[in-house]
Design a protein around this ligand. Structure first.
Ligand code: NAD
Length: 446
């Protein structure tokens, strides 16, 4: 009998995982505590923007024309427990209010709600990003609460997908990491991931703490790489150098590589910032806080970028924002996503607005979420509308649409032809040719 899978928590990670598992041939039941999300997903609608996900839902959601019918959604814990052989827990693990530490209450609640219904053998697989040590604690909770007792086992299988590429990253991951306590758990996960494994995807089997650490270590490394190049941008600016050239040159060394070396307004989103902070907090609890003090610097370099962008904008409009019109291109924390959690673009827009600037934001997909989070900012339906009359244009999220803008057409509607490229992603020559003053972070002005 093929395994039956459930996915608990159907946000960015869970909705993608559920649809991808159906694509791999499994029967899948998704659950969320948000009934509105379940209602949408059951109609094949994605509650967020993720390229390719709606197509995948259409291919598999029960009741949709021509679908495989392998994917359903529910809010019933009992139904989920009775249905699944393997349960993937994909709920959110945000930063605690007023603290660096991770808020584990959603994970704990998911385990507490599921476990009492587990009457038959089941493997519960945590995918959320959690502080090291959580899996050991949750395995004990499972044993205590599940009527199946030791037949309800736990594994940890951290997730590395990138928003904007989530479907492909789930179907063709660059590695699969599992923290297991038994050969049985490993065997079940090999069955689940038989598709990617057949493509040669590396399968790393580890204990619980190592599997948990792999995820936070990977995010800490990526954050460090971004803040490294941003620190180089600060020095380049002070010295009159060009960080883009510098990044290109050091990237030719394949021990360094070109990826994640673009200086700009830094990282944000629902993962990197909160994950490095939770990592520092957990290391502190473990008495290893000294090991991660460098992450404090990584975090502060990153946050300084946002302030620096505000300062560049202030200088561009002559020293004060009061009554000045500023166009902001970008709201989501990265392109190809509508996710605005801890978005550097919105942070910059918000700071300028609070200092009296009249900010107009445009983003291809992030507008609705941005309006909910920052209702007092101005919003325009297109990039050209945002730029109309603006005294400076801030490019803050590197959407392809912005790279393809026509600087000549924008020049005709802008109040002043000044653009600040917070992502080092536009072509300076093209903008300058159209009469714009182009400035980017860490690069010479002329
Ligand atoms: P999200 O907020 O988009 O989704 C979480 C979902 O869980 C929500 O729909 C919420 O309603 C639901 N939920 C909360 N408590 C629940 C409960 N007790 N029972 C059932 N459902 C519950 O979050 P996300 O971005 O999908 O992230 C989920 C986890 O995956 C986090 O730990 C995150 O760090 C990790 N992660 C995310 C990404 C990413 O790119 N988004 C990548 C890798 C790992």
């Amino acid at each position: 009998m093929p395994l039956k899978l459930t996915v608990i928590g159907t946000g960015y990670l869970g909705a993608t995982h559920a649809a991808a598992m159906a694509e791999l041939g499994f029967e899948v039941l998704g659950l969320d505590i948000d009934p509105a999300k379940i209602e949408m997903l059951s109609r094949g609608k994605v509650p967020m923007y993720e390229p390719g996900l709606e197509d995948l839902l259409a291919r598999h959601v029960t009741g949709m024309d021509g679908s495989s019918g392998r994917l359903r959604f529910t809010t019933s814990w009992e139904e989920v427990a009775d249905f699944g052989d393997v349960h993937f827990v994909c709920v959110n693990t945000p930063q605690k209010h007023g603290e660096y530490a991770c808020d584990m209450s959603y994970v704990e609640s998911a385990f507490s709600l599921l476990a009492p219904h587990l009457r038959r053998p089941a493997l519960v697989v945590g995918k959320s990003t959690v502080p090291v040590g959580s899996a050991t604690r949750l395995a004990a909770l499972l044993r205590e609460l599940a009527p199946a007792g030791p037949d309800a086992e736990l594994a940890w299988n951290p997730e590395f997908l990138r928003e904007g590429f989530a479907v492909n990253d789930t179907l063709h991951p660059d590695r699969i990491v599992v923290g297991v306590n038994s050969e049985h758990a490993e065997e079940l996960l090999r069955q689940v991931y038989a598709g990617p494994l057949a493509e040669g995807t590396p399968f790393v089997v580890a204990d619980y703490p190592t599997a948990e650490l792999v995820k936070t270590a990977a995010n800490a490394f990526l954050a460090t790489k971004i803040s490294f190049i941003n620190a180089m941008a600060e020095v380049s600016e002070a010295a009159g150098g060009d960080v883009a050239k510098l990044a290109e040159a050091i990237g030719h060394d394949d021990r360094i590589g070109h990826k994640f070396l673009r200086a700009g307004i830094g990282f944000g989103g629902g993962c990197l910032p909160k994950d490095i902070r939770a990592f520092m907090a957990r290391a502190g609890e473990l008495g290893a806080d000294q090991a991660l003090t460098f992450l404090r610097e990584v975090d502060s370099i990153n946050m300084r970028r946002r302030t620096h962008m505000v300062e560049m904008a202030r200088e561009a409009v002559g020293g004060g924002f009061l009554g000045r019109r500023i166009a902001v291109l970008g709201a989501s924390f990265k392109p190809d996503s509508d996710d605005v959690r801890d978005s550097p673009a919105l942070n910059v827009a918000g700071q300028i607005h609070l200092q009296g600037g009249q900010v107009t934001v445009y983003d291809p997909k992030g507008m609705e979420n941005a309006k909910r989070l920052f209702p007092t900012l101005g919003y325009a339906p297109t990039a050209i509308d945002a730029v109309r009359g603006a005294e400076v244009v801030l490019h803050l999220t590197e959407w392809r649409e912005f790279r393809e803008l026509d600087p000549v057409a924008l020049a005709e509607v802008a109040g002043h032809r000044r653009i600040l490229d917070g992502r080092n992603a536009l072509d300076p020559a093209l903008w300058r040719k159209a009469g714009w003053t182009y400035r980017a972070m860490g690069r010479p002005s002329a």
